[in-house]
Design a protein around this ligand. Structure first.
Ligand SMILES: Cc1cc2nc3c(=O)[nH]c(=O)nc-3n(C[C@H](O)[C@H](O)[C@H](O)COP(=O)(O)O)c2cc1C
Ligand code: SF4
Length: 702
């Protein structure tokens, strides 16, 4: 199909320093947990994005020196020739598909802890580290000269390795250059502190150094925080944010602007909608003639066109939309808008990085698996020796499995017990703040509807006899899970004592629309989003709500998705009583007993209802019956029987989608007892001799 002319503007080439971007789609820097340790995986992941049509594909933060070591987070380094070799894989993979490769040179200042290299942490001023019981030391003039030398050397290395775009990075509240800019991080009294002109001095010098070093062939882009969202002590868009850009307006080849810290930049859909950074970026084009890149979880080409036409941005930057759909630009170009797999704004991609592991995405189960398993977001291997598959259950696992099997070319029968498809995604997306999560269902249903070889049967609850009678050789069960009512969970490995007349609810009751009267005590032993979301949902319906959790924080795991502080603030502001570090020990009609998780000291709290958000039980009855029937020889035609998603082990939606994809990829594959994926080859044949290790010239002052 041809591209809709409405979107032509997105495909207009753009002069970009010494380069010309082929279109306006630009994958801005993003971490992925693959790091220098998994260079083949990293290169393959970026290569697929280039194949998907992005004009530029950038790395994440690339550490320029051992004094910026983000251990335990997987990092990409540009320290030595091994790093150059591994990054060459990446630039080759990106160039193969006609995209530019961008390197985000970075020094984390006091935001890193240098746990691996054990170097001193550096900062504009003496200040405690964010994590460890150590302090950063204030950089003196010699340190600043050294830092500029490292940055220049890294820029030259990046060019040598084949990067086309070299970043000067001053953003995310994670970067030395931003710390120099911000008056709350820089209280120096020399020419690098004090006035804005002084605080901008180092950024100016580094841009000039980088232009001088590589500007003949590479575009030099500044990534800048234009608002720290920390009040007048920090950088404010309408004030110093604008002034910094105005002072340096024509120096770099392009500006890539955003807000910080990371939780404000990578906002989830629970808190912000598409285009949320516009109010901060809106003035930038009025103070520079250079191309302006910006972000805001852009997944709609109409919104993107609006940003360009209204003169907000010249280039559409995307991190998460490019993770959820690496082929977004190609789909717009080919007029296949309905095929765009839109990011749902859940930040699982961020959570995997924050947990120091390779990237996962709820919408795109292939991200990070391109090299490891040979998966591709758009291409599927052909069907194996079987013809037909029955998938029972249309939640995220069942839908993903059915669509992937359909793409492989199998005859797929998808049976759903209810009238509506989507399972838990449909139910959960009706809860407060989770509306965009329905995209998990919508994209998959949209794909399935395009495939003549996939049949969907609604209102088709299946018994074991029904399944056997269909005589389909492969059966995949995706029958989901049910929330427990007995209190068994993460902290309580036996049921919580409850009187017979106590009113106990589960998340399923709320999602099923069961009527609730009176006050509700939400006992959140799950720690992810469900307890907090239900507390808010009930409060909005007018109930008095108390949220009790054994954790020290509300929705504690959402620290990983960058949402925790926002969730706790919103819950407190909604008038929900919060009791942290308390377990639930007994439930009676109208009241419960709580115990402090530290002292065991008890107290009794009134509550008309108790909502248990603790654990789930897999709906595995159908599987057990079919497995027994097969064991007893009563299902002779049943060649394969597998369970996927929550009905094998309840988890998050991301795990269900992955599980569905894996079952689809593995159908008709011979099982292995070793590894179902490939690992990375060793970086070097043998260790370098210790005698070759010399003290690195780190800091002139040492
Ligand atoms: C998983 C993940 C990792 C990120 N890592 C970086 C990074 O290394 N450097 C950086 O400048 N920004 C990083 N970001 C921020 C993004 O570049 C981007 O500014 C932000 O996510 C907003 O864009 P989006 O709405 O298109 O995701 C990261 C974002 C995500 C989601
Ligand atoms: S994990 Fe969630 S937020 Fe991240 S890219 Fe995927 S869908 Fe978007």
């Amino acid at each position: 199909m041809a591209r809709d002319p409405r979107y032509d503007i997105l495909f207009e080439p753009l002069k970009f320093g010494p380069l010309t971007l082929k279109n306006r789609f630009y994958q801005v820097p993003h971490c992925n947990g693959l790091g220098s340790g998994l260079p083949y995986s990293h290169a393959a992941m970026r290569g697929v994005k280039a194949e998907g049509g992005w004009a530029a594909v950038c790395t994440e933060i690339l550490s320029i020196h051992p004094s910026s070591d983000s251990t335990p987070y997987p990092q990409v380094k540009l320290w030595d020739s091994d790093d150059e070799r591994s990054l060459r894989l990446l630039t080759d993979a990106v160039h193969e598909h006609g995209a530019y490769a961008g390197a985000e040179l970075a020094h984390g200042g006091f935001a890193v802890a240098n746990r691996y290299t054990r170097e001193h942490i550096l900062s504009p001023m003496d200040i405690p580290s964010r994590r460890d019981p150590v302090q950063a030391r204030a950089m003196d003039k010699a340190d600043i000269r050294e830092y500029r030398r490292w940055h220049r050397r890294a820029a030259l290395r990046a060019k040598e390795v084949g990067f086309d775009i070299v970043y000067v990075y001053a953003a995310d509240d994670l970067e030395l250059l931003q710390f120099f800019l911000s008056r709350r991080r820089n209280q120096r009294t020399d020419e690098y502190g004090g006035s804005l002109e002084n605080r901008t001095r180092l950024l100016r010098e580094v841009i000039e150094d980088t232009k001088d070093a590589v500007g003949d062939t590479c575009a030099v882009v500044v990534r800048l925080t234009i608002d720290e969202l920390s009040g007048p002590d920090g950088i404010v868009a309408a004030d110093e944010g604008r002034d910094i850009v105005a002072m340096l307006a024509e120096l770099p080849d392009a500006w890539d602007v955003k807000v910080s810290g990371w939780s404000n930049d990578s906002e989830t859909s629970r808190f912000k909608k598409e285009g949320y950074q516009e109010p901060y970026a809106a003035y930038i084009k009025s103070v520079t003639t250079k191309p302006v890149i910006g972000t805001g979880r852009f997944t709609s080409p109409d919104t993107m066109v609006g940003q360009l036409r209204r003169g907000i941005l010249d280039v559409i930057g995307a991190a998460r939309p490019s993770i959820a759909d690496p082929f977004l630009p190609r789909k717009v170009e080919e007029g296949r808008l309905e095929d765009i797999r839109e990011c749902i704004g859940c930040n699982i991609c961020v959570a995997t990085y924050n947990n120091a592991s390779p990237i996962n995405c709820t919408q795109n189960p292939t991200i990070g698996e391109e090299y490891k398993r040979g998966w591709h977001p758009e291409r599927y291997k052909p069907a194996g020796s079987s013809d037909a598959v029955l998938v029972v259950g249309s939640g995220p696992a069942g839908l993903e499995c059915a669509q992937a099997l359909g793409r492989r070319g199998y005859e797929v029968h998808l049976a759903e017990a209810t009238r509506v498809l989507g399972g838990r995604v449909t139910r959960e997306s009706k809860l407060h703040g989770l509306g965009e999560w329905a995209r998990v269902r919508d994209w998959r249903v949209g794909q399935i509807e395009q495939m003549a070889n996939v049949s969907v049967y609604r209102e088709s609850a299946m018994t074991a006899d029904d399944v056997i009678a269909m005589e389909i050789p492969n059966v995949v069960l995706a029958t989901g899970s049910t929330w427990r009512r007995d209190g068994f969970g993460r902290r309580n490995h036996k049921p919580i004592p409850a009187d017979i007349d106590a009113r106990i609810l589960t998340p399923d009751d709320i999602m099923d629309g069961r009527s609730v009267e009176g006050s509700v005590l939400v006992f959140d032993d799950d720690d992810y989003y469900m307890g907090g979301v239900l507390a808010e949902t009930l409060r909005r319906r007018g109930h008095a709500v108390t949220l009790v959790t054994p954790s020290a924080l509300v929705s504690a795991w959402t620290v990983n998705t960058l949402e925790q502080e926002k969730i706790q603030r919103q819950i407190l502001e909604a008038g929900i009583d919060v009791v942290t570090s308390h377990n639930l020990t007994a439930v009676r009609a109208g009241e419960v007993d709580l115990a402090c998780t530290f002292t065991g000291r008890g107290r009794t709290v009134a509550a008309d209802n108790v909502l248990m958000v603790t654990a789930r039980l897999p709906n595995s009855g159908l599987y057990a019956e079919l497995a027994d029937a097969r064991e007893a020889g009563q299902a002779p035609g049943l060649r394969s029987l597998v369970r996927i998603g929550d009905c094998i082990a309840p988890a998050a939606i991301v795990h269900a989608v992955f599980s569905g994809r894996r079952a689809a990829e593995q159908l008709d594959e011979a099982a292995t007892d070793i590894l179902s994926f490939r690992t990375e080859p060793l970086a070097t044949d043998r260790p370098a001799p210790l005698s070759g290790v010399r003290p690195v010239r780190l800091l002139a002052a040492e």
